[in-house]
Design a protein around this ligand. Sequence first.
Ligand SMILES: N[C@@H](CCC(=O)N[C@@H](CS)C(=O)NCC(=O)O)C(=O)O
Length: 220
Amino acid sequence: MAYTLINARPSPFGRKVAIVLHEKHIVFDVHYDVPWGDRTCTPEYSPLEQLPILVTDEKEVVYDSSYIVEWLEARFPEPALLPSALPARLAALKRQMLGERLMEVAQSLIFELHRPDPSAAWVDRQTRKVRGALAELERLYGLRARAADNGLDLGDIAVATTLLGIEFAVESGLSPNVTALLWRRSHAALGEAVSALEARPSFAETRPQMMDVNLQATVA
Ligand SMILES: N[C@@H](CCC(=O)N[C@@H](CS)C(=O)NCC(=O)O)C(=O)O
């Protein structure tokens, strides 16, 4: 059995899926695509024309990273990436949701900043949301560090891939260097949690890479 993950090289959404595949010991190949390019394959597979897309060996197509990881958790329950006890499960799902929405807000901010004439009101609004989500995640990871049982879950994977994705975007020049995105400087609990996760083989084997894309041309 071999699955194919269609992914974009720097994508935190795709990395989240790749990490889940690794953690569940599912064999997969990666096919890289540039979703904003003229020759993207995404319309063949997804009405949303976005990556990541997972194609099974039976040619079933699964898309949208949140749904893909839910699908994988349902199809491959072991090792579990969500706790079975309800309060811990809901807490993990909340961190997953915040991690995913933070990436979407950060992406919206980065795209706006690439426009020839960014809207100050839109930039302020998205910046406020980035700061708010980071503050809430810092609070949640402060609590999580003190919890007795804190095995890896989908919340950790979503939060870490988002934070590392934002960091990669700034360091690689895909994103302008704006203070609100430099989360590691001012979020100690998040820094500690993400550093521990980065040491896992599933993270080491799925580091983001640069992609040949001109974001300015994409949004102009
Ligand atoms: N909600 C989607 C977001 C994925 C996403 O934004 N993917 C980007 C690549 S990192 C993409 O394909 N963008 C092309 C587009 O939106 O047209 C998911 O979680 O899969």
